[in-house]
Design a protein around this ligand. Structure first.
Ligand SMILES: Cc1cc2nc3c(=O)[nH]c(=O)nc-3n(C[C@H](O)[C@H](O)[C@H](O)COP(=O)(O)O)c2cc1C
Ligand code: SF4
Length: 454
């Protein structure tokens, strides 16, 4: 029988009969074939296949997965046990792609871990799950039990020499726990602050042993690369980057959601075709291409492909590939303030630009948004962005946190200035006039109470 090569490897297991998370259904649709194939391959062959595929990590930074894995010591004298950790923390604002994979195809994640175990000789896997992903927790627990019963986990898996088990670890709920070394500290029962690198986790991670931390979507890709080959994977991408990607759109579009599409799909196609375009009465003003810690892009960037390097060249990052829309009726100052509040609250407090800089940026943005700002505040905000730039902080939280702010100051500076010159939020005024003409107290676009400005 000739093999069919899927164009949507990650989502083809999701069936309408609502059983895609069960072992029987997963196997009926070809699940665990990649892992079975990996049992007949050597560790070197598996690692070479992974490197050749050009898979880049889907957790935000796009680091080449094969290269990362090649740093793990292997062979008889390598330290053991070796650990694999699925980073399923997913707490960044506007990001919800891993949730879908966790809830709908838990077996795909387990299969990715099994391929990883076979490749690196790892004996223990962890899934570090966002604490309030309750449905995912339930389905992962069921899937792990099904695998233990079917000898897909445990000793001598499927008659092979592989011994591997997976533990589900639910997070207590801090965004910083998604940073891989803070994640490791929190799993060791320590305060979740990032670790100094080197040593990198690949060499000395969880309890000082070689550890691989990868995103949910990254692990999901592994069985398919083994099953269908690296060439197939590379050819899925439309531009430089290989494979498909779970892209998402949130905001005032007609059809917000998630879609598995080729890497390199143009942003315009994602927003206009898949997300159904802007809702009636709203136009696109800007967007964060990859979640709440990426720089704004604007309409002139709509034809840029969603590809790590292509987005990078435009001054932003593809991040997680989940686009957040800013429409023409929404106040950019308010949007950035909302994000900064989150990041300031989630700072682990380890370094000054983040611990003190982000709350100060919040104070200045609140001042501007409430109509009490001065032009000097904009200069101070720009300075704070430089203060929190990469290289000045211990981890990437603060540099990511200021990306929406610094780019909003670049693209939407007039909006910041008009808050100051008009001594109020011009967007709330427009909204109040439209929704509640003649009243001095009305609901803003979030359903919350707006400032009394009319
Ligand atoms: C503050 C912060 C939060 C992060 N949260 C996540 C997360 O929820 N999920 C994730 O996969 N990576 C997250 N990362 C990136 C991880 O540190 C790490 O790079 C990633 O898990 C590696 O996986 P990948 O190579 O498959 O992308 C975060 C990084 C930072 C700085
Ligand atoms: S940038 Fe510094 S203070 Fe902020 S989360 Fe990272 S280590 Fe902690």
């Amino acid at each position: 029988m000739s093999q069919t090569f899927p164009h949507n490897p990650l989502t083809r297991f999701i069936t309408s009969d609502e059983t895609s998370w069960c072992l029987e259904q997963y196997q009926a649709h070809g699940g665990y074939q990649g892992f079975r194939k990996s049992l007949d391959m050597s560790q070197d062959q598996l690692l070479d296949t992974l490197k050749e595929s050009n898979l880049r990590g889907r957790g935000g930074a796009g680091f080449p997965t094969g290269l990362k894995w090649s740093f793990v010591p292997r062979g008889n004298n390598a330290p053991s046990p070796r650990y694999l950790i699925v980073n399923a923390d997913e707490m960044e604002p506007g990001v919800f792609k891993d949730r879908m994979l966790l809830e709908k195809t838990p077996h795909q994640i387990i299969e990715g871990l099994l391929v990883g175990a076979q490749t690196l000789g790892a004996s223990i896997g962890y899934i570090f799950l966002r604490g309030d992903y309750y449905l995912a927790e339930e389905r992962l627990t069921q899937a792990l039990n099904e695998c233990r019963a079917a000898n897909l986990l445990g000793q001598n898996i499927l008659g092979s020499e592989l011994n591997f088990d997976i533990h589900l670890h639910t997070s207590a709920g801090r965004y910083i726990c998604g940073e891989e070394t803070a994640l490791i500290n929190s799993m060791e029962g320590k305060r979740a602050t990032p670790r100094a690198k080197p040593p990198f986790p690949q060499v000395a991670g969880l309890w000082g042993k070689p550890t691989i931390v990868n995103n949910v979507e990254t692990f999901c890709n592994l069985p398919h690369i083994i099953n269908f080959g690296p060439q197939w994977f590379k050819e899925l991408g439309l531009e430089e980057d290989a494979g498909t990607k779970i892209f998402g759109v949130s905001g005032r579009v007609n059809n917000p959601g998630l879609w598995e599409l080729p890497m390199g799909t143009p942003i315009r196609e994602i927003i206009e075709q898949h997300a159904g375009g802007m809702c009636d009465g709203y136009s696109l003003k800007g967007f964060l291409p990859g979640g709440g810690s990426t720089d704004f892009l604007v309409t002139e960037h709509l034809d840029v492909p969603m590809d790590y390097d292509a987005i990078g060249k435009q001054g932003s990052r593809m991040g997680t590939g989940t686009i957040i829309i800013l429409d023409d009726k929404y106040c950019p100052v308010s949007m950035v303030l909302n994000l900064i509040k989150f990041f300031a609250q989630e700072s682990c407090g380890w370094c000054t630009p983040c611990r003190d800089g982000l709350p100060w940026a919040q104070v200045l943005l609140e001042k501007i948004e409430s109509g009490e700002g001065e032009l000097e505040d904009i200069t101070q905000l720009e300075e704070l962005c430089r203060f929190a730039a990469p290289g000045n902080t211990f981890c990437a939280l603060a540099p990511g946190a200021v990306e929406p702010l610094q780019s909003a100051l670049n693209y939407f500076k007039k909006d910041f200035e008009s808050h100051i010159t008009q001594a109020c939020c011009p967007f709330h005024v427009q909204q109040d006039l439209k929704l509640d003409l003649g009243h001095s107290h009305s609901m803003n676009k979030d359903g919350g109470e707006s400032h009394e400005q009319v």
